[in-house]
Design a protein around this ligand. Structure first.
Ligand code: ADP
Length: 394
């Protein structure tokens, strides 16, 4: 079945057409700068396209996607639309698009201000442009809804959870779900037999503890700011630092928000870049800021992995994924060194090859736990969920 996967951001729309039978991407692309001067870039079976166009809202962006897919002779083959939604609030699994769902997403805008409004608008526009197709929303938070109360509650008065739903939600759930299932498939085990830590390391990063195929703890929290040090995000922080900066430097909420979301992480620590490629390269050349950023990133990662490992009865494998997890040998090696207490024994050649010649495994023969590199594919999982739903309503 051919599925259009849409990911509507605040000023962008990413799309892909996935064939769920052979799991191939037939076409993919991106509209950026919505509201300013739209920039379209995409490829498909008939060729590539790149141009600027008048794009005041998401509607013009999705129309342009539709026109491109028409020119690529794909439009009439698409049978359903799957939407990526960052925050699913109360939803514990992927949900069919209804007006009630769109209204609910709008009602939790404050949970993820940069995403939820754009998702709701994008879904509305897609309903209008593809009225005959079944549509499904797939949430980054849904996979984490199996966390027990002891893992999802913060240590603040319980009434804040009851009244305002302040709790750990967790994000990147589609990726954690996909790579944990892939790891089981690769290891020829049933998900029920495995205890895994999945480390999704990209511009945003998070780890999850997965017991018998279900998430039991995760490092991101009420928002995607919690947990690990990221590209520009601080990760978890003593909240009193914010009170201090308010009193000492007069920082208001907006200034603090910018500090912890845009100016921190690898960028803030290195004073150089949020990009791990640059950080590892400059660290190797002796740049002190890059060395500090790399050290803190890998130590904090190991510390958080150690923390959530306690949610599991034993650890079978640590699975690296995301742009950094799939590619950065030095991050994996340093993190595994920091985690020596858990028994990892790295195989340097396997790590160098990203596990390509050793069934994704980068630890030495006989090492327990295993460490693995498993490329993520969130779009494929969204497409597979959507195809299953579309078949059920046929
Ligand atoms: P996003 O979270 O936006 O999806 P990605 O998963 O693509 O991001 O990850 C982006 C990160 O991956 C960047 O920090 C980038 O530097 C890093 N990365 C990509 N390739 C490499 C590489 N070969 N070595 C080190 N880091 C890499």
């Amino acid at each position: 079945m051919r599925i259009l996967v849409l990911n509507c951001g605040s000023s962008s729309v990413k799309f892909a057409v996935i064939d769920t039978e052979n799991k191939e991407s037939l076409s993919s692309g991106l509209v950026e700068n919505i509201g300013v001067n739209g920039h379209f870039k995409a490829k498909g079976p008939e060729g590539k396209a790149e141009f600027h166009f008048d794009c005041p809202t998401h509607k013009e962006a999705v129309v342009e996607v539709q026109k491109f897919l028409t020119a690529q002779k794909l439009i009439n083959t698409i049978e359903a639309v799957g939407h990526r939604v960052v925050h699913g609030g109360k939803y514990i699994k992927s949900e069919p698009v209804t007006q009630e769902l769109i209204d609910y997403i709008r009602s939790i805008i404050l949970f993820a201000p940069q995403h939820e409004g754009a998702h709701a608008t994008g879904i509305e526009v897609a309903k209008e442009i593809f009225p005959g197709l079944p549509q499904l929303a797939v949430f980054d938070t849904a996979f984490h809804q199996t966390m027990p109360r002891k893992a999802f509650l913060y240590g603040i008065p319980y009434s804040y959870y009851e009244d305002l739903k302040i709790r750990r939600y967790g994000f990147h759930g589609t990726s954690h779900r996909y790579v944990s299932a892939e790891a089981a498939r690769i290891l020829n085990k049933k998900p029920e037999e495995l205890n895994l830590i999945t480390a999704h390391l990209g511009n945003g990063s998070s780890c999850s503890a997965i017991h018998a195929g279900k998430c039991v703890d995760t490092t991101m929290g009420f928002t995607p700011l919690d947990g690990l040090v990221m590209g520009t995000r601080s990760g978890s922080l003593d909240p009193a630092i914010l009170f201090f900066l308010n009193k000492k430097l007069g920082y208001d909420i907006d200034r603090l928000n910018k500090l912890v979301n845009k100016e921190s992480g690898l960028l803030g620590l290195s004073g150089l870049s949020n990009d791990m490629r640059t950080i590892t390269q400059k660290a190797a050349e002796g740049h002190t800021g890059a060395q500090i950023a790399l050290e803190v990133f890998c130590y904090k990662l190991a510390r958080e992995i150690g923390g959530i490992t306690m949610a599991l009865p034993r650890l079978d494998a640590l699975v690296f994924t995301g742009g950094i997890g799939e590619n950065s040998r030095v991050v994996r090696e340093t993190t595994l060194e920091n985690l020596a207490i858990l028994g990892f024994k790295i195989d340097h050649q396997r790590n160098e090859d990203n596990g390509a010649n050793s069934n994704h495994i980068i630890t030495a023969e006989g090492s327990t736990p295993l460490a693995m590199v498993v490329p993520t594919n969130e779009e494929l999982l969204i497409a597979l969920d959507t195809a299953e739903y579309a078949k059920s309503v046929k």
